[in-house]
Design a protein around this ligand. Structure first.
Ligand code: SAH
Length: 344
């Protein structure tokens, strides 16, 4: 896939096909602008015929728009797979949430993305494709960069697809391309410990977000199978290493599940775990997933949880809910489209 290439690699590829270098630059510009093949007017037909099989789809299968400006996208990839993303408007800019895998194999009990397991990894170019499509769909002029921030928080476990995900970050970051700085990128992981160390050692400085969702290993094992492999202590040690290497404050995600992780004892345990470590806790109201059957804790318990953490000296906020009128947790839009296809 052509978007897997950096600008230099793309030019090399084009030269090997027997075309001059400047055709490579023109092709790169068309890709970054998200032009479909039939929208490219400055490249000859014999050239387009040679590259068309490797050219991305740039296709929106379905789009849901919320009153608050949030948009949910389902994109269709070249091989027919559907993946999803969310576009969110904030005061400081626009954020796109991208998927890193088709499905997921982590099997978290509250999450819709892993209901059908992992289908395949996305390539670096397929992750970039999502940013390019959303950028095109939201910009007012060809030069405007509509996406300022990217979070790797959609379907999939990014650190389970390490090579493609790190290549994507480099492509996204590249001055030739969309030029989004690492400060404006977040990666969210359920905590694949060895890869957190590797990520720090490989020199990445994006915001590291950990899906913690529990204050002790027993509770974590109830909802997250990965807890059988790595303990919370091992995860926090890896986060401390990441902070030491990068100076970046780590973010912990804590989705409140009624009667599972929302009690006073959990507030106390979580405070003790995190006190003194430069981090922030995002308390997330559970998004109901029918097939999963778990319940949210309710507004009162949610705000009480965050306030109590703050009282205990841990920085915490409740995550603002965006796009509630278009609904759907991670993976649900894709699942609904797959089900519709199957029943047709
Ligand atoms: N695999 C990565 C990224 C994808 S999940 C990770 O585990 O971080 C992105 C975030 O959404 C995670 O924090 C995940 O735990 C959370 N999430 C998944 N399903 C949810 C639901 N039903 N309600 C609220 N948050 C959910």
């Amino acid at each position: 896939m052509l978007l897997d290439f950096s600008k230099e690699e793309l030019i090399d590829y084009v030269v090997k096909l027997g075309f001059p270098k400047f055709r490579g630059s023109q092709l790169f510009d068309a890709l970054i602008q998200g032009k479909r093949l039939d929208e490219i007017t400055n490249l000859p037909k014999n050239f387009l015929d040679k590259i068309k099989d490797e050219y991305p789809n740039f296709y929106i299968e379905k789009k849901l728009e919320s009153k608050d400006g949030t948009k949910k996208y389902a994109y269709r990839l070249k091989d027919g797979q559907i993946i999803e993303g969310v576009f969110m408007k904030y005061k400081y800019g626009n954020t796109l949430c991208v998927s890193t895998q088709v499905g997921c194999r982590m099997g978290c009990k509250f999450c819709a993305s892993g209901l059908f397991g992992l289908t395949r990894n996305l390539t670096a170019g397929e992750i970039l494709e999502q940013v390019i499509i959303a950028n095109k769909d939201n910009r007012k002029s060809l030069d405007e960069r509509a996406i300022t921030n990217v979070v790797l928080m959609g379907s999939g476990e990014p650190l389970d697809n390490y090579e493609n995900v790190t290549k994507f970050i480099k492509l996204l970051n590249s001055e030739d391309g969309l030029n989004i700085s690492q400060r404006n990128i977040s990666i969210s992981t359920c905590g694949l410990v060895p890869y957190i160390y590797k990520f720090a050692d490989d020199g990445f400085t994006v915001t590291l977000t950990i899906s913690l969702h529990a204050s002790n290993d027993e509770v974590r094992k109830k909802t997250m199978p990965i807890a059988n492999k790595y303990s919370i202590k091992e995860i926090i040690d890896a986060c401390k290493y990441y902070f030491k290497k990068t100076g970046r404050r780590v973010v912990f995600e804590y989705t409140l599940v009624k009667d599972v992780n929302d009690k006073e004892i959990h507030i106390k345990e979580l405070s003790n775990l995190l006190k003194g470590f430069p981090c922030h806790v995002n308390i997330i109201p559970l998004n109901f997933v029918k097939e999963r059957g778990l319940l949210a804790s309710g507004d009162k318990a949610t705000y009480n949880f965050a306030e109590s953490l703050v009282k205990n000296g841990v920085s915490a906020t409740v995550r603002r809910t965006l796009g509630s009128d278009i609904g759907g947790a991670c993976g649900q839009l894709r699942n609904s489209l797959i089900k519709n296809n199957n029943s047709n």
